[in-house]
Design a protein around this ligand. Structure first.
Ligand code: 5GP
Ligand code: 5GP
Ligand code: 5GP
Length: 207
């Protein structure tokens, strides 16, 4: 059973645009496996509560074990690449996401199911295609509203857009949040949105 401190109501499924991670003041490092494709990458699948809070410091029953997901590793390298410096093969990022977030939903999804579920959701919510279908492509500037509309049309639900700033201080499309039911099987209407600022018009930088 879930202890109260680990209860959650839904997941945020968070994907990052690599161009917006890399063109900041902080910059980025490509994984040791090479430059990722110009596509959204998974950041994480985060248990959350309807009141906006989220479980934290969940007790790891088992440490992250890369060998449990060896069958997923090539998909992980493609769809869940790390861009943090120094360059690495990604297992630090995956381990971090498992320990900080995945562990909190371990009663529903074990480690293998957690990563497999996230990979499946990425295929289901093909964000780059959804944006392209609406004429929204990297290298341009678009209204936040047009981005919302494109993703709502394709995913069926309104996403949350997180912006960050490029090295010149312009707001840009950094992360896209979709909400997922507690079993990880379907997209749902977000019970609550995160907070944060974008401008009405944001950059979608190339990568
Ligand atoms: P930041 O301070 O960079 O926004 O977030 C730091 C970390 O806190 C994130 O990378 C993520 O792991 C976690 N985090 C931020 N917002 C949320 C949220 O709404 N729900 C959950 N579960 N974690 C969050
Ligand atoms: P969060 O707690 O925000 O989910 O995870 C962010 C942590 O993962 C940070 O410590 C960050 O350095 C590390 N990390 C490694 N690779 C990446 C990446 O590609 N994107 C982001 N956002 N964080 C990464
Ligand atoms: P509304 O819900 O009326 O569209 O927006 C309320 C406020 O939240 C406005 O300031 C709007 O710009 C902001 N906002 C709406 N959607 C998003 C989003 O996806 N991301 C961010 N960062 N702000 C948003």
């Amino acid at each position: 059973a879930l202890v109260a401190s680990q209860s959650f109501d839904f997941f945020y499924f968070v994907q990052q645009w690599p161009g917006s991670y890399c063109n900041t003041k902080q910059s980025c490092c490509y994984p040791t496996t090479g430059k990722p494709a110009a596509d959204f990458g998974i950041h994480g699948l985060w248990p959350n509560r309807n009141n906006g809070s989220h479980p934290y410091d969940c007790y790891p029953k088992k440490p992250f074990n890369l060998s449990e997901i060896s069958d997923l590793e090539s998909s992980m390298q493609k769809d869940w690449p790390t861009l943090a410096c120094p360059s690495s093969d990604g297992q630090n990022f995956w381990s971090h996401e498992w320990k900080r977030h995945g562990i909190c939903s371990e009663s529903v999804l074990d480690q293998h199911a957690y990563f497999k579920t996230a990979l499946g959701l990425k295929q289901k919510a093909n964000l780059l295609q959804a944006l392209k279908n609406a004429g929204i492509t990297p290298g341009g500037s678009y209204s936040l509203k047009s981005i919302h509309n494109a993703i709502t049309e394709s995913a069926g639900y309104t996403p949350w857009i997180e912006c960050n700033k490029d090295s010149s201080g312009n707001y840009q499309l950094y992360q896209i949040y979709l909400c997922v039911d507690t079993s990880g099987s379907k997209l749902i209407k977000c019970p609550v949105f995160p907070k944060g600022t974008c401008s009405l018009e944001i950059e979608f930088p190339s990568f």
